[in-house]
Design a protein around this ligand. Structure first.
Ligand SMILES: Cc1cc2nc3c(=O)[nH]c(=O)nc-3n(C[C@H](O)[C@H](O)[C@H](O)COP(=O)(O)OP(=O)(O)OC[C@H]3O[C@@H](n4cnc5c(N)ncnc54)[C@H](O)[C@@H]3O)c2cc1C
Length: 469
């Protein structure tokens, strides 16, 4: 019998497992991948460097490190307005850093079970008490038990989505809260205004790409990493065509392509966290808990930071021999009152940026409503401020863009309410129902004011067969 089973060896699972083991737990980490594939993922491969300092681990170096930067240019949909902001950035090898994290976990005593797919939870008396797992080489199935099961299986959240509402309160899955990711690494063959120049120490981010964003960064030897997150609204064009059109229309980018593809999975839950992060015998971290940064889709570092709290809380609960929802609640509190509050406020901005027409996004950048200060906050996990509602009102009054003024005011108001609500997350599960009612109300009102419609989508049946368009 294990103290903790962690399902999934991405950044979130590896750090949770390491932290729980370091704090005295007997931990098993199960992943469907082979050992050498741990960490492997096609992504932009970028992360803010502060996470390494915060967790006390060395920054990527040697083969792990692809590049570093300290600046970002956000470009409006009509390409006429550019906002530059100080955004420290590390580009790294996901696989090599994943292997380093796996090494930390192994050193802390974590046992690994590779090539094993978890197919669901084992539930007894309202508690998650283990997992059902299938060994991919032998096809044998077995039940493995633990005091706490941590779902770190990424977007598909193999345990979370199988828990009934009496154990776990979950949000519906709206496709508008998901982006489809894709990237290509193409040869740079010249210079153009749309491609960062050789000396530029950062990347360009284009807004207004089908409810998402497109990035381009120069890599070594004249390669450009070009990628996209396209909002999964009904009828979206998929992520491949927009990247190829951008590259083909850009005289600086040639047809030679070193790598192309999506992550596994290609989906990013672009929203703030699930409302309830722990239950009896259960916790979730990373994409499985929707703990990404909604402004950029970065979930590598947020998973590590969530895992740091979850691992410590799990170990404390095991020591006290109480793995009830009450005993694990400190994880909910730790996340929601910390980075979770900031990311929840970013979610209001994300919903606005995805819903307003491109000419309004142009306007927000042109007039500095989304200026350097705001971009710096949204890309560096700092609380977001657009000045006071009054300042914004007087600013817009001179311009007379009343419709947009009302939207921006609602968004600022909602961002502020979400931030405060998360900072005041209840001390115990007793206050959860009311807290969650308020949270849902803020999002519902915001969507109503912005005229945003959402659609539920089951990614776990048909959705899994989604092909790259
Ligand atoms: C194209 C693209 C670009 C991106 N760019 C960036 C970026 O630049 N920076 C950034 O921070 N984030 C980026 N992201 C998002 C980032 O990749 C994720 O947020 C992050 O990987 C989430 O980490 P995780 O540990 O929660 O899950 P994952 O990394 O998805 O890891 C989940 C693990 O669980 C395992 N698993 C899944 N199901 C099972 C099962 N049933 N049984 C056993 N094991 C299972 C998987 O094999 C995997 O090892 C990008 C995503 C995409 C798609």
């Amino acid at each position: 019998m294990y103290d903790v089973i962690v399902v999934g060896g991405g950044s979130a699972g590896l750090w949770t497992a390491k932290t729980a083991a370091e704090n005295g737990c007997k931990v098993l980490l199960i992943d469907k991948r082979a050992k050498d594939d741990i960490g492997r993922k096609i992504s932009y491969d970028s992360t803010p460097p502060y996470v390494f300092e915060q967790l006390g681990i060395p920054l990527p170096s040697g083969k792990e490190l692809d590049d570093t930067g300290d600046v970002l240019t956000v470009i409006s949909p009509n390409k006429k307005h550019r906002v530059e902001a100080a955004v420290p950035n590390v580009l790294f090898s996901r696989r090599l850093l994943g292997q380093r994290l796996a090494g930390y976990a192994a050193d802390a005593g974590v046992e690994f079970m590779y090539r094993t797919e978890v197919v669901g939870p084992v539930i007894e008396d309202g508690y998650v008490v283990g997992v059902r797992a299938r060994h991919l080489d032998s096809c044998d199935e077995e039940e493995i038990r633990a005091r706490i099961v941590v779902d770190a299986s990424g977007f598909y959240a193999v345990i979370r989505r199988k828990l009934p509402p009496e154990i776990l309160v979950q949000d519906p899955q709206y496709c508008e809260d998901v982006v489809l990711g894709y990237r290509e690494v193409r040869r740079i063959v010249g210079e153009s205004n749309d491609c960062p120049p050789p000396e530029y120490r950062g990347y360009y981010d284009y807004l207004g790409y089908h409810g998402g964003y497109l990035w381009i960064v120069r890599e070594e030897n004249n390669w450009a990493n070009i990628g996209i997150g396209v909002q999964d609204y009904p009828g979206n064009p998929g992520p491949v065509r927009p990247v190829q059109e951008f590259a083909d229309d850009n005289p600086a980018i040639g047809p030679e392509c070193m790598v192309r593809g999506s992550g596994d999975p290609m989906y990013i839950p672009l929203r703030s966290c699930q409302p309830q992060l722990s239950a009896n015998g259960f916790m979730m971290v990373g994409d499985a808990a929707c703990q990404v940064r909604p402004s950029t889709g970065y979930g590598w570092h947020t998973g590590l930071l969530a895992g740091d709290i979850a691992g410590k809380v799990a170990a404390e609960a095991v020591k006290k021999q109480d793995v009830s929802r009450e005993a694990l609640w400190d994880y909910d509190v730790g996340w929601k009152r910390g980075l979770g509050a900031i990311l929840a406020s970013f979610d209001a901005i994300r919903i606005m940026c995805q819903s307003v027409p491109n000419d309004e996004l142009d306007f927000l950048l042109a007039k500095g409503i989304l200026g350097s200060e705001q971009i710096e906050a949204l890309w560096n996990d700092k609380p977001f401020e657009v000045g006071t509602g009054k300042q914004v009102s007087s600013f817009f009054a001179g311009i007379g863009h009343t419709g947009l003024l009302l939207k921006v005011k609602s968004v600022i108001d909602s961002a502020d309410k979400l931030y405060k609500l998360f900072l005041e997350a209840p001390d115990s599960p007793e206050g959860f129902e009311e807290w969650n009612r308020e949270r849902v109300e803020i999002f519902t009102n915001l969507r109503a004011k912005l005229g945003v419609k959402v659609h539920e989508k089951d990614y776990f049946g048909e959705g899994m067969k989604h092909e790259l368009k």
